[in-house]
Design a binder for this molecule. Structure first.
Ligand code: DX5
Ligand code: ZN
Length: 215
């Protein structure tokens, strides 16, 4: 089953409540929330306050993607705000193992996000510990960028490792997802697709159709 995770980065912030309710009612599984700190990435977005507010209007899985450095000291507040999944970039914290432990101790799902310049071999040691891997198919920082085709091989490799080692992690793809790139990702073994501008770049009455086109 393919899960769709609209990224609120491209939603209308003045209308965020309705933007999220619209995709919720259109049947998405996850709501993807991009947290950027202007330090790990050259852009600033939201803090844990947005997670807390969205928690009060949807029961869907809140999929929090941290693009911040360091990571550890912010984990507790995002979990208390209501995150269901927290993914982070391991190179953004001096002790990624401790971050994983903390997220799990607080009963939250944990993910590792792979920056285009990070290789699968660099995250191998975490794969048996985590719930989800986020393969970045754009350089993190902004919505609406072009899909980097070169990253596709990581999806196939992760899928192979997952089956060979009988691991359980989900494979989520983040960046440049549209109808065409979604198809390629699914063929390679992805099961969660993040989509920001593809969905939120259109008007509300198109959302359901666009979401279905990714499945
Ligand atoms: C990029 C973010 C993505 C972004 C995707 O740094 O992690 O989640 O919102 O946006 P699109 O789907 O427009 O590439
Ligand atoms: Zn993201």
């Amino acid at each position: 089953m393919i899960k769709i995770a609209p990224s609120i980065l491209s939603a209308s912030l003045l209308d965020l409540k309705n933007e999220v309710i619209s995709v919720d009612q259109a049947g998405v599984e996850y709501i993807h929330i991009d947290i950027m700190d202007g330090h790990y990435v050259p852009n600033i977005t939201f803090g844990s306050n947005i997670v807390k507010q969205l928690r009060s209007i949807t029961k869907k899985t809140l999929d929090v993607h941290l693009m911040i450095s360091p990571v550890y000291k912010f984990i507790e507040e995002f979990i208390h705000a209501g995150a269901d999944i927290i993914s982070f970039h391991p190179e953004a914290d001096p002790e990624p193992g401790k971050v994983i432990n903390l997220i799990q101790k607080l009963n939250c799902k944990v993910g590792i996000a792979i920056h285009p310049k990070v290789q699968v071999v660099d995250v191998l040691k975490y794969l048996h510990l985590i719930d989800i891997v986020v393969v970045m198919t754009v350089v993190p920082g902004f919505g609406g960028q072009k899909f980097i085709y070169d990253q596709i091989k990581k999806i196939a490799l992760l899928n192979e490792i997952k089956h060979n080692k009988k691991l359980m992690f989900e494979i989520e793809i983040d960046g440049g997802i549209n109808k065409e790139t979604a198809k390629i990702c699914k063929e390679k073994g992805a099961n969660v697709l993040v989509a920001g501008s593809y969905i939120y770049g259109s008007s509300k009455n198109e959302y359901k159709k666009l979401i279905e086109s990714l499945r």
